[in-house]
Design a protein around this ligand. Structure first.
Ligand SMILES: NC(=O)c1ccc[n+]([C@@H]2O[C@H](COP(=O)([O-])OP(=O)(O)OC[C@H]3O[C@@H](n4cnc5c(N)ncnc54)[C@H](O)[C@@H]3O)[C@@H](O)[C@H]2O)c1
Length: 282
């Protein structure tokens, strides 16, 4: 089944990014949020982002207009009925997501696929809140969506092959390079990335090298575009700590023990760029 119209729940950072990626690829979009102001902000973000692509000669004014014409903003969930696939990209809150998914599951035709862009909630658990666990899947896009090539496609315990194949084909249509992942905490990328960042804090705490040298080492020795400590400052030290705590609890394996220095810095309110100070000063 080719997906021609995508419904998106949430017009925030990820929702409007997914809308842009779809529209530029010629896929129709219905983007729903709770308030008209949020919908308008999402649509304005897409327009601004497309404008920047024109300035960089990556898009023509006609292509921008054509893409914008494919996106319909709405505050009415009923408008999602036009879609063959609905991607939930609302705020990361377990209760909220369960409520949204139950509501759309009851409303959408049985053949419609529902996907969630959650970063941390079990796809199998979210699927179980619906009556269509075989037509439920994770689509984990990366931020900023129009720029990042990866989509992790997460199969829940009951996700069917047909659902997986349809969603994977859509990701390719969007110009993305999907990877297929079994449902597990952190999926693939964050499962590897966040413990690496945590390890960088251990190396720093043990006085093995300075922060600058740790980051230079990983950039120059592993071709990483940004060092792990500078990346922690971008993500937020509190977010990194929360992820490690989830891994420690869910895997029950002490290898996911958060570094005491990371905990101490979070306790002190040094959360990274957003507070002006993390490992580095901004
Ligand atoms: N930001 C990232 O880097 C990133 C990366 C990958 C995945 N994610 C995941 O994507 C999802 C969205 O994150 P975000 O960064 O876009 O958040 P965001 O805060 O930018 O946007 C969330 C949007 O959801 C809307 N919303 C809340 N309740 C709603 C409801 N009942 N119905 C419709 N819309 C509702 C909010 O009004 C808001 O506009 C989360 O699950 C997050 O974990 C985020």
């Amino acid at each position: 089944m080719a997906i021609q119209t995508v419904g998106i729940i949430g017009a925030g950072t990820m929702g409007n990014g997914i809308a842009q990626a779809c529209a530029v690829a010629g896929v129709k979009v219905v983007m729903v949020d709770i308030a008209q102001a949020a919908v308008d902000k999402g649509l304005a973000t897409v327009a601004g982002s497309l404008e920047r692509l024109i300035k960089k000669d990556k898009l023509t004014a006609e292509q921008k207009d054509a893409a914008l014409a494919l996106i319909r903003g709405s505050t009415n969930y009923e408008d999602l009925k036009a879609a063959e696939l609905v991607i939930e990209a609302a705020t990361e809150n377990h209760e909220l997501k369960l409520k949204i998914l139950k509501q759309v599951d009851a409303m959408l035709a049985p053949e419609v696929i529902i996907a969630s862009n959650t970063s941390s909630i079990s796809i199998t658990q979210l699927a179980a809140a619906t009556s269509r666990a075989d037509r439920f899947i994770g689509m984990h896009f990366f931020n900023p969506v129009p720029m990042m090539a990866l989509v992790e496609i997460i199969r829940g315990y009951l996700t069917s092959d047909a659902t997986h194949d349809a969603v994977k084909a859509l990701a390719v249509t969007l110009g993305k390079s999907p990877i297929t992942v079994k449902n597990a905490p952190g999926f693939v990328v964050n499962r590897i990335l966040v413990p690496m960042i945590n390890e960088a804090f251990f190396v720093l705490a043990e006085g093995i090298a300075t922060a600058e040298d740790i980051d230079a080492g990983m950039k120059l020795g592993c071709n990483q575009p940004i060092g792990p400590l500078a990346l922690a400052d971008m993500i937020g030290l509190d977010v990194c700590l929360a992820v490690m705590e989830v891994y420690l609890e869910q895997f029950g394996d002490s290898k996911y023990r958060p570094c005491p220095l990371l905990k101490e810095m979070v306790a002190a309110g040094q959360l990274g760029r957003k507070t002006g100070r993390g490992v580095y000063c901004y």
